[in-house]
Structure formats: C-alpha cells, structure tokens
Design a protein around this ligand. Structure first.
Ligand code: GDP
Ligand code: CA
Length: 307
C-alpha cells in the first residue's frame, strides 16, 4: 500500500514516525511544508523538513520536541557573544546540515535534490519531498502588522492573534518533482496532525497539489491536531477559534473542505463530532506519547483503507 502524507514539523514528524512503523517505510512519501523556511546567518533553514528527517532517522530530541538529540549550542553562543543573529535557535549538529544544504542550493541544486541526498545520508528509506522547490513563504497578518512566519512564531512567541495568512510565492510555485506522482500513485492520502493553517495550508496553497487531492480516487484521511478542543502544543487552537469559529472536529474538517473523507479525532472529542457532513469520524486516542501510541494512531488512519 502506497501512502502519501502531507506534514508540518513536530506534530507531523511524530505521526510520520508511527506511520513508517505501521507501514513499510519505502511505501511512504512525505510532502513537507516549506512555508516556514527561513534564512538565518546566511543559511537556508527548512525547519519542517528537518523535523521530519530527524524523526525518520531517529536522530530527533524527544524531550525538547524539536531538533537533534545530543545537541550542543557552542556555535550559537559564539554568535550571540559576537552580537550576531541569535534569535533563531540553531544547534551545532543542526548547523552542519544547514551548511551542506545552503552550499548545495547556492551551487544550483534544487531543494528536493539536496533533501533527497540528506535523507539518504541519514539512512532513511522513506521519500521526503519539499512541497515545492520554488520560494514559498508564510506571512502572518496581525493587529500589529504582517510578519514573516518565523518572526511571528519564534521571535514574537506567536503571541499576536492571527487575522490572516498569506503564502508568498504560492501562485507561481510548482509542486516539487515527485509530489504529484506520489499523490496520484497513492492508495491512501493522509494529512498529518499538523497545524492546518501554518503547516498544511501552505502545501495546499500550491494549486496543483490541492487539485490533485481534490481529484483523488482513494481515501484521504486527516488527523486532528487537537485533543479536547486544545492544541497539544502551539497556536492551532487559538487560530481555529479565531479563524474558523471554534475548535470542534467540524472546524478542523472545515479547513480541509472537499479534500478529506475521514477525520481521526481523539476520544476526548468523540461527543462533539456533529456537523462533519460526509467526513467520517474515526475516534481513537491521538496523544502520541511514545512509539506504541504513535503507531496505534497511524494504524487508525491506515484502517480507513479496506484490507
Ligand atoms: P510544527 O511545524 O513544528 O509547528 O509542527 P506541526 O504543525 O506538524 O504540528 C503542530 C501540531 O501538532 C500542534 O497543533 C499540536 O496540537 C499537534 N500535536 C503535537 N503532538 C500531538 C499529539 O501527540 N497528538 C495530536 N493529535 N496532535 C499533536
Ligand atoms: Ca512548522
């Protein structure tokens, strides 16, 4: 069974870990968000792709929830002591990857090519594709002005309420090589439990990707990032309340109107699955506390395809 999954960073990466545990890793293609990409200290950083890569390589830091296990921060300490740009936390191990990627991009290699190289170098057999090789950047509109995604998320600690989002470059962006093929060739499409607005929407903002999913002949299953109407981490619940009018399963499903056939929701939301229309609720425990929990959640989503 071939699976294509759209994913943001940390929440998506945890789910993808469970997925490659429950299914053959080679049969999974992950399409990652690049709307969060940022240039820091002259380096091209792709935080969501890297969260997925580190998780697939089991090189991620479980406790901190992002970045690499065994990380150290000496380079960034030096940057800070020299008055350099230190607001975006880049560890020493992480920096090594950003150096390789940045050099590759500068020499004309595409983001998808260098991502494939890095994935192979980490011994990962799952395909990891950026949604696009073109420049696509998420902007956040707030009462205090419009900010590039990382400035809002990291520098301002996502404290400003979000009035709107803009995906700069999305109109001209083409899906990266392999993205449409993975979607067309999949027996199951999945939307990871990532933030619908800032992780999945930038991928769907690429017209051809959205159209390919809308035209699917196989099930598409989304996993809700909310438990009991609350985000496990981050601003997804606040954004849904403000932009969709609530944090019930139907509000999550509304973000994916016409694109999903089923929504995996937590037992804590089972009482609240009204208004889903023809989106079928799949109720299970969705907190990915450990490996078995991640695998069980993936299995619940995989269960949408009759064996
Ligand atoms: P980011 O790009 O690093 O912000 O990560 P994502 O957008 O992929 O994931 C963030 C979302 O993951 C948040 O909205 C969380 O609520 C959700 N999330 C994190 N851990 C879990 C979990 O264990 N279960 C569920 N259902 N959602 C989770
Ligand atoms: Ca992200």
């Amino acid at each position: 069974m071939k699976i294509a999954v759209l994913s943001g960073g940390v929440g998506g990466a945890r789910f993808v870990q469970g997925l490659v545990d429950a299914a053959a890793p080679e049969d999974v293609t992950v399409v990652g968000n690049v709307g969060d990409d940022v240039e820091v200290l002259g380096l091209h950083v792709s935080p969501d792709l890297d969260s997925i890569l580190y998780a697939l390589a089991r090189a991620n830091d479980e406790e901190r929830g992002w970045g690499r296990a065994g990380e150290s921060w000496r380079a960034l300490e030096t940057v800070a002591s020299l008055g350099g740009e230190a607001w975006f936390r880049l560890g020493d191990l992480d920096l090594g990857l950003h150096l390789v990627r940045t050099q590759a991009l500068r020499s004309g290699e595409s983001l998808s090519r260098v991502t494939a190289r890095l994935t192979t170098a980490f011994g990962v057999t799952t395909s990891l594709l950026p949604a696009t090789d073109d420049r696509l950047r998420t902007w956040i509109a707030t009462a205090g002005g419009e900010f590039p995604f990382q400035e809002w998320f990291v520098a301002r600690g996502h404290r400003d309420e979000v009035d709107g989002l803009r995906f700069e470059g999305a109109d001209a962006a083409a899906p990266a090589p392999g993205v449409l093929e993975a979607i067309a060739g999949a027996d199951l499409l999945l939307l990871a439990p990532s933030n619908p607005y800032v992780s999945i929407a930038p991928i769907l903002a690429i017209d051809a990707v959205r159209a390919a999913i809308a035209a699917r002949r196989v099930p598409c299953v989304a996993v809700s990032p909310l438990i009991g109407g609350r985000a496990v981490k981050g601003p997804a619940d606040r954004m849904l309340a403000r932009l969709a009018g609530g944090t019930s399963p139907r509000h999550v499903a509304a973000c994916y109107a016409g694109l999903v056939d089923a929504l995996v929701v937590d037992e804590a939301d089972a009482h609240d699955v009204g208004g889903l229309g023809d989106v079928r609720p799949i109720v299970t425990r969705t907190l990915m506390v450990d490996e078995p929990a991640r695998r069980r959640l993936a299995e619940a989503a995989l269960g949408a395809v009759p064996a």
